[in-house]
Design a protein around this ligand. Structure first.
Ligand SMILES: NC(=O)c1ccc[n+]([C@@H]2O[C@H](COP(=O)([O-])OP(=O)(O)OC[C@H]3O[C@@H](n4cnc5c(N)ncnc54)[C@H](O)[C@@H]3O)[C@@H](O)[C@H]2O)c1
Length: 339
């Protein structure tokens, strides 16, 4: 198998996970370079993972002729500029969600990707690579549950990681953009239809910081697609038992549920507290295999010179736009159409 040489930018919470996967778990991948503006962190990760090149300056990593593809795991407001720089230097790009922090930014990303049809572009909607979600999609496509009527999807981070969440909140783009993008992507993916109108609601129940950010610490949205199918989303950052992501797809002929109890395994523990199941402690452990699978797919696309046909830059724009409209709807208290 031909080795594919990757450079990765951003070595924070998720960036470190991706860097470790690229260095150790992706078949035929060489982690050739890493980049982070935090120099001590950069040096430590480069040494730990035995990475030949380390850059504090992203533009310099883009000039490295040894690097074929770039994995972008930097703060969301940097994504579009880094996509542009990477592609203008002839690099294939995998970019974490969200594509951009506003719709004009997403349109700029579309234009860059359109200018470089010879390069792979893939977005980090890793739920699509999770075995259970992929199986649900296969069954929906096979018509097993008839016509999809409603997608209900919850994304709850654990209270145990609230400290890093609050630090990340000011540059996250807000709850709808940062958390609900995954659920909005699932609504579009499972219904096969574009979101047409949204009603975002929510409130500050615990953390005043969200009030200062004009955001909610608990948020929900109802959405409706062009084909009439509906979506109901809920998100918060204080789930008691760990990372909870659960999705229900209701069709005219049946229902599919992914992780209705977000338990880590099938083990039931019976002790002085009663009978219980352990949850995944954080999003990293919940999605570990999906993170590996999406980057395996990315390096596979580079090797075969193909682009993912069903996960495009336009999905990134559509989902970001829906998330933005949810935020606007939450702010003005009205149901809003997607423009
Ligand atoms: N797919 C998912 O479920 C998922 C989960 C978490 C995060 N994310 C996304 O991943 C991205 C990163 O999130 P995170 O939680 O790892 O963030 P983080 O704040 O933990 O890490 C960001 C890293 O980028 C570095 N950085 C900042 N500016 C830089 C620059 N100009 N050049 C190089 N490095 C720079 C920082 O030093 C830091 O190490 C975000 O876009 C986020 O939305 C996706």
């Amino acid at each position: 198998m031909k080795a594919v040489k990757i450079g990765s930018v951003g070595l924070g919470r998720l960036g470190y996970e991706h860097a470790r996967n690229l260095a150790n778990l992706i078949p035929g991948c060489v982690l050739q370079a890493v980049c982070d503006m935090d120099e001590p962190r950069l040096r430590a990760v480069a040494e730990e993972l035995n990475v030949p090149r380390a850059y504090t300056n992203f533009a310099q990593m883009c000039e490295d002729p040894e690097v074929e593809g770039i994995v972008i795991v930097s703060p969301s407001f940097l994504h579009v500029e880094q996509i542009r720089l990477a592609m203008e230097h002839g690099k294939h790009v995998f970019c974490e969600k969200p594509l951009g922090v506003d719709v004009p930014q997403c349109r700029q990303a579309e234009a860059v990707v359109e200018r470089h049809p010879e390069l792979v572009f893939q977005l980090g909607f890793m739920r699509r690579f999770d075995v259970s979600y992929a199986e649900a999609k296969r069954r929906v496509e096979a018509g097993e549950i008839g016509r999809v009527v409603l997608v209900r999807s919850y994304t709850q981070d654990p209270r145990s990681t609230i400290e890093s969440t609050l630090k990340f909140a000011p540059h996250s783009g807000g709850q709808f953009l940062d958390m609900c993008v995954h659920d909005l992507d699932l609504v579009r993916w499972f219904t096969g239809s574009s979101i047409q109108k949204v009603w975002g609601i929510g409130g500050v129940f615990e953390f005043d910081l969200y009030r200062e950010l004009n955001d909610a610490d608990n948020a929900a949205a109802m959405v409706q697609c062009e084909n009439g199918a509906m979506g109901f989303l809920f998100t918060n950052r204080t789930h008691a038992a760990g990372c909870n992501v659960e999705t229900e797809i209701i069709g005219t002929r049946g229902t599919l549920r992914v992780a209705p109890v977000g338990a880590r395994d099938l083990l039931q523990i019976v002790d002085g507290h009663g009978a219980r199941q352990e949850y995944y402690p954080d999003f990293m452990s919940r999605w570990h295999d999906a993170f590996v699978a999406e980057l395996t797919a990315f390096t596979g696309h580079i090797r075969s010179g193909t682009r993912p046909s069903d996960l495009t830059v336009y999905d990134g724009t559509a989902v970001s736009e829906a998330a933005y409209r949810c935020k606007e709807s939450f702010e003005c208290g009205k149901m809003l159409p997607i423009r």
